[in-house]
Design a protein around this ligand. Structure first.
Ligand code: ATP
Ligand code: VIB
Length: 279
């Protein structure tokens, strides 16, 4: 493993319900809600206070329907923006949020998905969104403080083509927005958080004792074969070729507060949420 200078740092626990205060406090981030079951209700509600909420078309229905049992909660969790071709949002939901002053952006383009439209919109506004935030009170590193991370709720569920489109976005984001204010993209699935490690050395802060994640972890060479070295896992590897059809590391276990992965190509990294977040 090379020296840690210039390592890319990841803080997946910043979104979670874990008990580690360092991980909970960060500067603003965006929650992008897709049109998929909003499985992690307590997580969504906790993120609401810190996040700009962008609903992708029918994702607005999902936010609205989250509070069907407790309708008095609906006005407490209003999205900031709804964006898409608007063929999926129900009329009564659109009317309700319109009356609440939510910005609604209709883009009928049929060459891009609603998630794509939302990401484009967030990128264009990232600097503005960051300026809305309070002074960060956190222990995140300098490189993280001026960035607007995006947590995509509803990632990797449902239709397979949409799931692959979401993974495509993990690859495309870095290329499309090289600005420093462009943050990291995380997919929040029912049971996991998924993000794309960069080439070179990555340091992932995910202490199991903070109760944000279990020990289950995967490193998936989805774009290209890669050669990886890891530190902090039960089954660490050194200069290990990984490729679909030969070897990939799944059901590995986190054993350190910081996991290090050095990789020759970008690889997906998955962590399982702790049970309190899977609700
Ligand atoms: N069946 C599905 N499976 C997985 N993801 C979905 C599914 N339907 C919608 N999504 C996600 O939610 C976003 C918003 O969906 P929307 O309500 O507009 O449905 P849609 O019109 O079928 O989606 P799109 O027009 O983007 O293809 C989509 O861009 C996609 O990321
Ligand atoms: C090569 C190619 N493949 C598929 C589509 C269709 N498509 C992609 S995104 C989208 C919007 C869905 O709301 C639609 C219809 C296209 N345009 N070009």
């Amino acid at each position: 493993m090379s020296p840690t200078l210039g390592a890319k740092e990841w803080y997946p626990a910043r979104f979670t319900l874990g008990k580690d205060g360092r991980c909970l406090k960060g500067n603003r981030f965006t929650v992008l809600v897709l049109n998929q079951p909003l499985a992690n209700k307590p997580l969504f509600c906790q993120c609401y206070d810190e996040a700009i909420i962008v609903a992708a078309d029918g994702g607005a229905n999902r936010v609205y329907d989250l509070f069907q049992q407790e309708k008095t909660e609906i006005p407490k969790y209003i999205p900031n923006v709804i964006c898409g071709d608007l063929d999926s949002i129900r009329p009564e939901v659109q009317e309700y949020y319109e009356a609440k002053g939510v910005e609604i952006i209709k883009d009928p383009d049929q060459d891009s998905t609603d998630m794509t439209k939302c990401l484009r919109y967030i990128r264009e506004r990232s600097h503005h969104f960051l300026s809305l935030g309070e002074t960060p009170v956190n222990n995140l590193s300098d490189s993280q403080e001026s960035r607007l991370d995006i947590a995509v709720f509803g990632g990797l569920g449902g239709r397979a083509d949409q799931a692959f489109s979401q993974i495509h976005h993990l690859y495309a984001e870095v290329r499309q927005d090289p600005k420093p204010s462009a943050g990291d993209l995380y997919l929040i699935t029912e049971e996991s958080i998924v993000f794309l490690l960069e080439k070179g050395l990555n340091k992932i802060y995910a202490p199991v004792a903070a109760e944000s994640f279990t020990e289950n972890v995967g490193i998936i060479p989805i774009g290209k074969p890669s050669v990886i070295s890891t530190r902090g896992l039960e089954w660490d590897v050194t200069n290990w070729p990984t490729e679909f059809g030969t070897h990939i590391s799944t059901s590995n276990h986190v054993k350190a507060d910081v996991v290090e992965v050095e990789t020759t190509e970008r690889v997906l990294f998955t962590l399982e949420f702790d049970k309190q977040t899977k609700m």
